[in-house]
Design a protein around this ligand. Structure first.
Ligand SMILES: Cc1cc2nc3c(=O)[nH]c(=O)nc-3n(C[C@H](O)[C@H](O)[C@H](O)COP(=O)(O)OP(=O)(O)OC[C@H]3O[C@@H](n4cnc5c(N)ncnc54)[C@H](O)[C@@H]3O)c2cc1C
Length: 109
């Protein structure tokens, strides 16, 4: 379940991309949603946010346009993190940005 679109990209390449060393954005994609199933036999569902875990039913509630429940045998939670915005002088300036995912790169280009 991935709430966004990007399932596998090279985070370590992001600074090189905004710095112009990597020119082709496509080079950052390790796997795309449409190929990951074929390559790894993983049922990947994009734009699918898990909004609840129901351990008594061994299911998760997934939100796309509507919501539905999906049962699991084992559940692995890997929701990652988000950048912190430290309360430092100057952090509010327009040219002070965070770089966390592919969408963030648009702010630099
Ligand atoms: C610029 C940069 C450079 C880096 N360079 C390196 C490096 O060189 N070497 C290295 O080892 N590491 C590097 N890292 C760190 C590495 O990218 C992270 O440690 C790694 O991506 C963490 O993986 P993760 O799966 O835990 O979280 P993430 O990659 O953040 O994935 C979590 C995913 O869960 C999704 N999600 C969250 N909540 C929900 C929900 N409720 N329902 C559905 N989906 C949800 C999010 O949309 C996200 O896509 C770098 C990171 C950055 C930002």
């Amino acid at each position: 379940m991935e709430k966004g679109y990007y399932v596998s990209f090279a985070n370590c390449g992001l600074p090189y991309y905004i710095g112009g060393v990597i020119k082709d954005r496509n080079a950052l994609f390790v796997s795309k949603p449409e190929t990951i199933d074929i390559k790894y036999h993983v049922d990947v569902r994009i734009n699918s946010e898990v909004i609840a875990i129901n351990p008594e039913k061994k299911s998760v509630t997934v939100k796309i346009n509507k919501t539905y429940e999906l049962t699991y045998d084992k559940l692995l939670i890997s929701t990652g993190s988000t950048p912190i915005h430290p309360q430092l002088e100057g952090f509010e300036r327009e040219n002070v940005l965070t770089l966390w995912n592919l969408s963030d790169t648009r702010s630099y280009l």
